[in-house]
Design a protein around this ligand. Sequence first.
Ligand code: ZN
Ligand code: ZN
Length: 311
Amino acid sequence: MCSAKNLSRREFLAGTGALLLGNAIGAAAEPIIDIHQHVHYAARPDDVLVAHQRAMGITHTILLPAGTPAFGTSTHQGKTNGLQAQCAGNEACYNIAKQYPGEFTFGSNEVPDLPDAVQEIEKYLKMGARVIGELKFGVDCDSKEMQQVYQLAEEHNVPVLMHWQFQMFNYNFERFPKMLEKYPKVNFIGHAQTWWANIDKNHSDQSILYPKNKVMPGGLTDRLLSDYPNMFGDMSAGSGLLSMTRDEDHARAFLARHQDKLLYGSDCDDHIGSGEKCQGAQTIAEIRKLAGSKEIERKILYGNAKKLFKI
Ligand SMILES: [Zn+2]
Ligand SMILES: [Zn+2]
């Protein structure tokens, strides 16, 4: 009965306008910034990525590129190319951001020990990249190569996002405070297993990447967030979600304590964008459940990222 055919063009346009306005109001009331997604993640097609983000209710997504395929120790002889998940590089992220202005933003990345790493990262920073990352390479966190990246971040005033994984990516987390002190103007964003496992003061066996025990406050991650104004936390991935679900009483206090430092990210590779199969959607739900106030929830889902990434 009520097909577009039966409506006059004017009525049809009026209806569409109301619908668009409705969506715009919904989005404006509760915008969400996702600081951590990838293009071609586990071979996910680009149109499915866009639909996935919209299904999650994301109004702005930051796409984090992989480095150029390389075959040295920093990429484990090539085994961890594409961020170990078939993720695409700078050009692909840039292209999607250009295709969806205002909805997608891109980062810049390169394997840090490639000879032209600095030039490659800088090229995309000059094109408008808002972050360097995801830095997920087998290098010391205080190596000469990584320090070149930190210096570049300082020069271009963009944050650096690092994947911490014991004996795999960004070695020697315990030495990182020195870098936070040496580069006080660089905002560092911590992500992944070793970052989140170390919220717990009792986390001693670093080979355990997904600890499920209750959390004793005061772990290295907790202290870095408290002690350094330039340290931020990325809630994405299974490790970020687990940091909350493993001990919800602790998480409520943690979200309140670091409410100006935590940033929502999804980092999920599913094709759905809702329900049990989508970890990013579950992470949003968990933040909403545990944030002690609407103000804290809005900072973590939106406000902190808007400020840090200048969106
Ligand atoms: Zn990661
Ligand atoms: Zn998902």
